[in-house]
Design a binder for this molecule. Structure first.
Ligand SMILES: [Zn+2]
Length: 552
């Protein structure tokens, strides 16, 4: 193959590291799709790929399917809680916020009751993925999925997750004891033991006890307009760039009147425009519920020496303005907005030679670093109080309330990490050597990992994994968020925590990380920005330091 020979023996034109990396990425994409295989294997590859798509979409549908039960099978006091469905009732979710322990327990047991067809879909999906991986020369689907990532191999991802699991166990147990305390104080009858259906509800009460201000109470200080201005000012401080709304858009340029077009400009005018962001920010019927960033046109070096500006879209589901009332954001929504703008900045500030590796087109476990870093800015009272103003009175946000609310939002962070570690380990096991022995079921694997890595015991007769749609989309990369978070935490603490408006730190971050998009290996980017390789020890320590910092 010509392409393989160019990589092995060099091109006739001079090339450098960037050319080589991008060529290798292309070749890897081709090879993991079986381009080098004999015809019969290629045919099998296509069959398996189609089967994986079908099984995945079947499984996803099953993840949200309501459960019908006979009304008479429920205890008297539960018969009118769930949606009415003739002589039965329909359980549509976990009712995790419901104040009655009994209702939450019933919903948990009914909604997560094992379902045979869903089990078959999951197990067939994993088997098909495993066969596809072996067909293309990988021992497991996880090893295929993780090649070229920051973790590099499934072994390293698992090492990171297990080490993190050990390091957070004690702290997660003390958080659990705090919840038991809350349950004891609020108990009507029954046991004070915390069960999986209790954590969200009693966590909410604990947060409320810590801080009586609710997440939405400060929303009048965070209108969308002041948040975007705040972001623009922050980017001006950090990178010397600005967001500017473009008033006139061409007919047919946007797909909905809600969409706003923002140009990103270099402040000193040296390079002028850097790129364009289309913001589709308000909820509306029929719009996908998940927030996202996607690339319309990637940045790249053009033959005439100029640069093709990146164009991206940000989609969120913020509340619509109502009459004179602007869109008002809860702190959670502010965090989402900052997160998505972190992706957008990765795209806007990337200056890659090729479009294939523009901005966010980098390994999944590194792609969330810029966006999670922005969550730190969105949780910092110095950053928020600089722009938050009441939409009617222009009063600044009450700092005490803001500080208390931010602190309460950070509570139970370790239990959350433990939960994510557990999900990630199940994802690794399912896409690893499962079902090599044949004897272990998806249920057995999940239960076993839960006993080893979670403070809460598995609940017999329930199967959360059959409702976990992320196995479809992430496919052995669910750990990515945790690994990105570790790097973002180290970046925040080393570069921005002392001064979140520091131009020197912003420039360093921009020129040693963001500018390279995916054209340099993530490990190298971390090393050149933070001065150390993202080893397991460094990544776990970064998360531990962060926990230490936020829990004091
Ligand atoms: Zn993201």
């Amino acid at each position: 193959m010509l392409f393989r020979s160019v990589l092995d023996h060099g091109d006739v034109v001079p090339t450098d590291e960037v050319d080589r990396r991008v060529a290798e990425l292309f070749l890897f994409d081709f090879e993991q799709s079986g381009i080098h295989l004999p015809t019969s294997d290629r045919r099998r590859f296509v069959e398996l790929s189609e089967r994986i798509l079908e099984l995945g979409s079947g499984f996803m549908q099953g993840c949200h399917r309501p459960i019908y039960v006979k009304r008479s099978s429920l205890p008297e006091q539960l018969r009118d809680v769930f949606s009415d469905n003739g002589d039965g009732v329909m359980v549509t979710g976990l009712f995790a916020d419901h104040p009655s322990d009994l209702v939450r327990e019933a919903a948990y047991r009914i909604y997560l009751h094992p379902d045979e067809s869903q089990t078959r879909l999951l197990e067939s999906l994993l088997e098909a993925r495993s066969e596809l991986a072996r067909l293309t020369g990988f021992p497991t689907f996880a090893s295929r999925s993780l090649r070229g990532t920051m973790a590099e191999t499934p072994e390293r991802a698992v090492e990171f997750l297990e080490s993190l699991s050990d390091s957070v166990r004690e702290k997660a147990s003390s958080e659990l004891r705090l919840l038991e305390d809350v349950k004891r104080r609020n108990l009507e009858t029954g046991s004070t033991e915390i069960r999986p259906w209790d954590t969200t509800f009693y966590g909410g009460i604990a947060r409320h006890e810590m801080c009586s201000v609710s997440g939405t109470e400060l929303a009048p200080y965070f209108s969308l307009g002041v948040c975007i201005e705040g972001l623009s000012d922050l980017f001006a401080d950090l990178f010397g760039i600005r967001l500017r709304e473009v008033a006139d858009v061409a007919p047919g340029e946007v797909w909905c009147d809600d969409v706003r077009k923002l140009d990103v400009l270099e402040e000193d005018g040296a390079e002028g425009e850097l790129g364009t962001i289309y913001c589709d920010l308000f909820e509306r019927p029929g719009k996908p519920r998940h927030d996202c960033h996607f690339t319309v046109r990637g940045g790249r070096q053009l033959a005439d020496g100029s640069y093709q500006h990146p164009v991206v879209v940000l989609m969120l589901n913020l509340p619509r303005p109502r009459g004179p009332i602007p869109s008002l954001l809860s702190l959670g929504a502010v965090e989402n907005l900052f997160h998505e703008f972190g992706h957008a900045m990765h795209s806007m500030l990337g200056r890659t030679r090729y479009q294939h590796v523009t901005g966010t087109r980098c390994p999944t476990d590194f792609a969330e670093v810029p966006s999670v870093l922005m969550e730190y800015f969105a949780s910092d009272p110095r950053v928020l109080s600089r722009f938050a103003r009441h939409w009617q009175t222009s009063e600044p946000v009450p700092r005490d309330d803001l500080d208390r609310l931010l602190a309460s939002r950070r509570s139970f962070a370790v239990s959350d990490i433990q939960q994510q570690v557990f999900y990630s380990l199940v994802d690794q096991a399912y896409h690893g050597h499962y079902p090599a022995g044949g004897a272990r079921t998806t249920q057995g694997v999940a239960d076993d990992l839960q006993r080893r890595h979670h403070c809460l015991e598995p609940v017999p007769g329930t199967a959360w994994q059959l409702r976990f749609g992320h196995f479809v989309g992430y496919a052995a990369r669910y750990y990515s968020y945790l690994m990105s978070r570790a790097v973002a935490a180290r970046l925040w603490h080393q570069c921005f925590r002392e001064d979140p408006f520091s131009r020197a730190a912003g420039e360093r971050y921009r020129s040693s990380m963001l500018i390279h998009g995916g054209q340099v290996a993530p490990g190298q980017l971390v090393k050149s920005t933070l001065g150390e390789q993202p080893t397991t020890k460094m990544l776990v320590q970064a998360i531990l330091d962060d926990i230490e910092d936020t829990s004091c």
